[in-house]
Design a protein around this ligand. Sequence first.
Ligand SMILES: Cc1ncc(C[n+]2csc(CCOP(=O)(O)OP(=O)(O)O)c2C)c(N)n1
Ligand SMILES: [Mg+2]
Length: 548
Amino acid sequence: MTDTERTTTGGTVSGHGGELALAALAGFGVRELFTLSGGHVFPLFDAAVRTGVRIVDVRHEQTATFAAEATAKLTRRPGLAVLTAGPGVTNGVSAVTTASFNGSPLVVLGGRAPQGRWGSGSLQELDHVPILAPVTKLAATVTAPEHIAADVHHAATVALTPHRGPVFLDLPLDVVFASAEVDLPTAVVPAGPAPDPDEVARAAALIAGAERPALVAGSDVWWDGAWEALRAAVEALQVPTFVNGLGRGCLPADHPLAFSRTRGLLRSEADVVVIVGTPLDFRLSFGSFGDAAVVHVVDHPSVRSGHAATAAAPAGDLTTILTAFADHAGPRADHGPWIRRLRDAEDAARAADEPRLAADAFPILPTRVYGELRAVLDRDAIVVNDGGDFVSYAGKYVESYEPGCWLDPGPYGCLGTGLGYAIAARVAHPDRQVVVLLGDGAAGFSLMDVDTLVRHRLPVVMVMGNNGIWGLEKHPMQAVYGYDVAADLQPGCRYDEVVRALGGAGEVVERPEDVGPALRRALASGVPYLVNVLTDPDDAYPRSSNLA
Ligand SMILES: Cc1ncc(C[n+]2csc(CCOP(=O)(O)OP(=O)(O)O)c2C)c(N)n1
Ligand SMILES: [Mg+2]
């Protein structure tokens, strides 16, 4: 096969199953795959070698799958994980589920025992499809080499179609090692459905006519490429705007209409709350904001809320909907007094935070780490969050100024994203700061993948809030029972020595005045570097409950 035959705009492709699969994905811009070796998937490796797809081989399939999901989050292209049959696939299931909750266009290609011997007890002979079906948009087995390109093309299209999400195909050994010559369909990135213009107009009129409206923008604004339309809409309608998930940075944190500290006031004071591109889940008090009417704007009718009452719920392409909001020509109330009220409250809340951000307490308060971090982070730094209380503080104190910079695990709340997301961030953005915020507990799920950072020369800065406990569980258990079990880790554990042993660098920080200099050394080092900050175990992130 010549390179011109491996075209991104359709045409004929021939080769073994791995070549056919990667040819189908090339048209969607897939340039790297994340994997851990296994004989069932060798043809995919061979195809990558032949076509220049970067292979990033990691130390746990969960990390590979998180890295693929994060590649999608960072690039808005499909991310590709290649998982070997049986345990390779099942090790990826929590990360696939995370992608499902996040609406991330993740493509997982699994190995599979040969279909010619199915039922005879081949190594790792497991039917993965029923395991993956509930957490994917599509889970299927490719049954013939002639089907591989079309099936993979279809799977990628499904992953990218709003509302987006993960897809899974497994390729039996005797199918993926065989060859075929087939026509490759043209890769098209599908647009969302057209929204109902009357529903959109009704929503716009509600917002414009409200006295105290507010908007919360979430990840689908980023996935839909709708951040400019978002900005145009909130500027035209003069709506104070909050962000969550990948919505962060879709309106820069220093925009005059951007707010973060005053979300509590929505419940007590707003009269219309507009939620765009994120579910009405626990992060948004299940879509209940006191007496406020709720407008839920979604990228597809299938993700309209089933539990919350909404005054309007336009569904479809978010750019179309937000542009229509921006163009709304009907009557509008003056939102000026409300914006000033929120801004005063926001300024007061920020001023009240300052002492904790600068605290020189010993042991170090986690807030001090964030006070120091904001001084050294670039506006386009990629920030990865993996932990409990330590990253709850990050959510509060780290600002995002550009879209696609903020990687949190999302509403599935799965610890262990850290190193996978970090690997993807460095691969996608070789020239930006990549900073991983790690709880000491969370780190245990993926720290071995520092080895991957070292082998693949992927420098990232890891900042650990090391309180020696599973803080987000220990404090609530104390509150509920008056005692706690299964919540202690080793105090002062030298995770920085682990990173050194794996070929990176690091240091331990015990004094508040040493945090800033250590962060600067780490960012200047050009190697994987862990700043192991020993933080106060008695400090608990102020929250009512994490169980409801
Ligand atoms: C895979 C997984 N296991 C368990 C949990 C439950 N959990 C949520 S937060 C947390 C504690 C995290 O501790 P650490 O990373 O040290 O952060 P800290 O709260 O101490 O700052 C746990 C165990 C989870 N969310 N995900
Ligand atoms: Mg901890």
